[in-house]
Design a protein around this ligand. Structure first.
Ligand code: AHR
Length: 510
């Protein structure tokens, strides 16, 4: 039997759209050890004067994350932002109903904004539309973004922060369609509340960009009716509608697990259709963009977390949501990134959920070191090299059928052209778990042969391999298997592998 093969044709003029750098955002929630024992651990040998761990910051900075969503997540739906500002000793200890934990409020908005600036990033703030509403959202916005002379802006100044934070991107609540959400609402209830809150927030600061809550995942029973109803209420008031999606592996089926990017692709397509339907209904000239502000693989820790929260509530920073990501999870994260890049014309913001300890690429040991999980690497590669113009590749690949999906291409890919740097980066996933694939790339519209800069591969023989402190076994390596041709290249693709192929395209060709 001949070796399975795939071909990718990349045409310079076939542009999907510019990639917004915020496609490589992430998320920090007050959950588990994401904040306390994660980014913040006063007394740790690596902690600075504010208690922020420098070793963690170094790993975050390397990812070049442009925006970080905060403070939730489910947490935000019961959050009182005032608890987290002002003198530390006066901040209340509260019950966090979302995660059945105790919130000390040692970190609040001012500390988080400071931390994001140390991380070379920007906050993406969420307001509580679960237990609170329009007034509190406007007060928080005033506290954050207005210069002074009014109650909440002056309150910030009295807390020693004279310059406004100028936070641009705001989420109107979190997963309001989910029955698990504190203050869960129907689509009509939420649509109206979001629309009125948005209108009021714009009166406080008309430079903000607002995100409406879409569905919590693609198989929510209310999807896509939720989008249709909430957008009918709020289309004119918001800039983005959100999508969330976490993938699980079912019945130990790796091939089916990795095929789920098909589902992701459909989900985005349906949300785009819902947006464009409402655009047409409203005869609106405005295009709605998508904020995929929670996405990841998440299933390893669920059972233990549910038991823990049920049987052991009210701990400070309990070890919740601590996914130990496997090598195949990294492949799935790579596949999801490819899908997001290929929707760059509509998905403008996306947040890998989350960043530290909770469903995270970065893990810490309390009092000890920190390390990169397997999923750190595809995200790193996409963030560093996936900036520019997303080109629409034509993919011709041998296919497979899995339990739930048919005609799944073994090889999936995205192509990103950086016109300034004159580089073309191909992100290529080989989800053939049995065999290496022959892979050919044909470039069209580039007038001179390319030069190979690097071919980076993430592969491990064991799909279940994980990284640990001082034992990072799943790490990328450089490959020398690619051969350049007159108008492209060819290379074998290792079975079960994530590949990043970087080419210099000549001056003449752009
Ligand atoms: O990221 C963990 C949780 O997943 C978030 O709090 C919630 O928004 C989602 O259900």
């Amino acid at each position: 039997m001949s070796q399975p093969s795939a071909k990718m044709i990349v045409t310079r003029e076939n542009r999907i759209g510019d990639i917004d750098p915020r496609l490589y955002g992430s998320f920090v929630e007050h959950v588990g050890r994401a904040v306390y024992g994660g980014l913040y651990e006063p007394g740790h040998p690596e902690a600075d004067a504010c208690g922020f761990r420098n070793d963690v910051l170094a790993l975050v900075r390397a990812l070049q994350v442009p925006v970080i969503r905060y403070p939730g997540g489910n947490f935000v739906s019961g959050y009182r932002w005032e608890d987290g500002v002002g003198p530390l000793e006066q901040r209340p200890r509260r019950l966090d109903l979302a995660w059945r934990s105790v919130e000390t409020n040692a970190i609040g908005v001012n500390e988080f904004v400071r931390w994001t600036s140390l991380a070379n990033s920007q906050p993406m703030m969420a307001v509580n539309l679960g237990t609170r509403g329009l007034v509190d959202a406007c007060n928080l916005l005033e506290y954050c973004n207005l210069p002074g002379g009014t109650q909440y802006a002056d309150l910030r100044r009295s807390h020693g922060v004279s310059a406004p934070h100028g936070i641009k991107l705001w989420c109107l609540g979190n997963e309001m369609d989910g029955p698990w959400q504190v203050g869960h609402k129907t689509a009509d209830e939420y649509g109206r509340l979001a629309s009125e809150t948005a209108r009021a927030m714009r009166r406080v600061d008309d430079s903000v960009e607002l995100v409406l809550c879409g569905s919590s995942f693609s198989n929510m029973p209310t999807f896509p009716e939720w989008e249709s109803i909430t957008l009918k209420h709020a289309y004119d008031e918001v800039n983005y509608i959100s999508l969330h999606q976490y993938f699980t592996k079912q019945e130990g089926d790796s091939a089916d697990f990795l095929a789920q990017t098909v589902e992701l692709d459909r989900f985005i397509g349906t949300v785009v259709s819902a947006c464009d339907y409402i655009k047409a209904v409203r005869r609106s000239p405005k295009t709605m963009y998508l904020s995929f502000d929670e996405w990841n693989v998440w299933y390893h820790s669920n059972g233990a977390d549910d038991h823990f929260m049920r049987d052991n509530p009210w701990h400070e920073a309990p070890a919740l949501l601590e996914e130990r990501f496997t090598f195949e999870d990294a492949l799935m994260v790579g596949g999801m990134l490819i899908t997001l890049m290929r929707h760059a014309n509509r998905v403008k913001v996306a947040c890998l959920a989350q960043l530290i300890n909770a469903i995270a690429p970065i893990m810490t040991k309390t009092g000890g070191g920190c390390y990169r999980q397997t999923t750190y690497y595809p995200f790193l590669h996409a963030s560093l090299y996936g900036r520019g113009v997303s080109l629409q590749p034509t993919l011709i690949s041998d296919k497979y059928d899995s339990r739930r999906y048919t005609d799944v291409s073994f090889v999936d890919g995205a192509a990103v052209l950086d016109e300034e740097e004159r580089t073309l980066t191909l992100f290529v996933l080989n989800r053939n778990l049995e065999a290496d694939m022959n892979f050919a790339v044909e470039l069209r519209g580039f007038t001179a042969p390319p030069r190979l800069l690097s071919h980076t591969v993430l592969h491990h023989d064991d799909l279940t391999a994980t990284n640990d402190l001082d034992r990072e076994v799943v790490t990328p390596h450089l490959s020398d298997t690619a051969t350049l041709t007159q108008n492209g290249l060819s290379t074998p693709l290792k079975r079960a592998s994530w590949n990043v192929i970087r080419l210099e395209v000549s001056q003449k060709s752009i």
